[in-house]
Write a protein that binds this ligand. Sequence first.
Ligand SMILES: Nc1nc2c(ncn2[C@@H]2O[C@H](COP(=O)(O)OP(=O)(O)O)[C@@H](O)[C@H]2O)c(=O)[nH]1
Ligand SMILES: [Mg+2]
Length: 230
Amino acid sequence: MTTRIVEVRAGVLRKNDELARALRTRFEEAGVFVVNLVSSPGTGKTELLQRTLTELRESGQRAAALVGDLETDNDAQRLATSGVPVRQINTHGRCHLEAEMISQHLDSWDLASLDYLFIENVGNLVCPASYDLGEALRVALLSVTEGEDKPLKYPTIFNSADSAVITKVDLAEACEFDRERAIAAIRSVRPGMPVLEVSAKRGTGMAAWLADLEARRLAWRQGRPGGAST
Ligand SMILES: Nc1nc2c(ncn2[C@@H]2O[C@H](COP(=O)(O)OP(=O)(O)O)[C@@H](O)[C@H]2O)c(=O)[nH]1
Ligand SMILES: [Mg+2]
């Protein structure tokens, strides 16, 4: 029985990996830099994304977003206030987004007209780690209200990410947040992991976050097949 469950699960992941590879090629050909935000529920993914989308639009960058939740389109409504195209994906019980769900929600979007496509994953520190969505960058968020040791308890999600963002730094003092301990926990599961610190509510760290995104996008454009000119 256990063997059968493992085999079915391996099959699902293999199929997801194949679809994610096709998506990645599609994103590369379109020249759109895709960012997958992962964290537990309530870390501040939507808050950070809302501000990010607003600031990108104001600076003339072209962005869009997909957002996953089990139910409701609350987050899509919040993100849409930024003025960029947004679509909600409801997973109806599934604790992560899958590559197929992303493909199904790209219809009629002209990817080549976008600089950035953000994906806010379902809030969960376990399942999204295993599902590649074809993204160029995976960012794991950790809020100061969650406890510094979450990366040690849920190492896979932090280990699968390319960078980490500590959120809600405006609440750090009230939560007696130990910044050094949190950063050490992140880097013990992923040595050398870049760590940014933001408060999307106050705007603290937003300039550094946006500059980091843009530097990574430009480096990705140079490195992808076809290079920067296509
Ligand atoms: N004080 C403070 N609250 C925040 C910040 N970012 C998000 N929040 C609050 O944290 C809660 C969860 O945020 P949300 O963006 O919905 O988290 P998500 O579930 O990860 O998308 C909301 O009540 C937000 O207003 C922040 O930078 N500072
Ligand atoms: Mg959200």
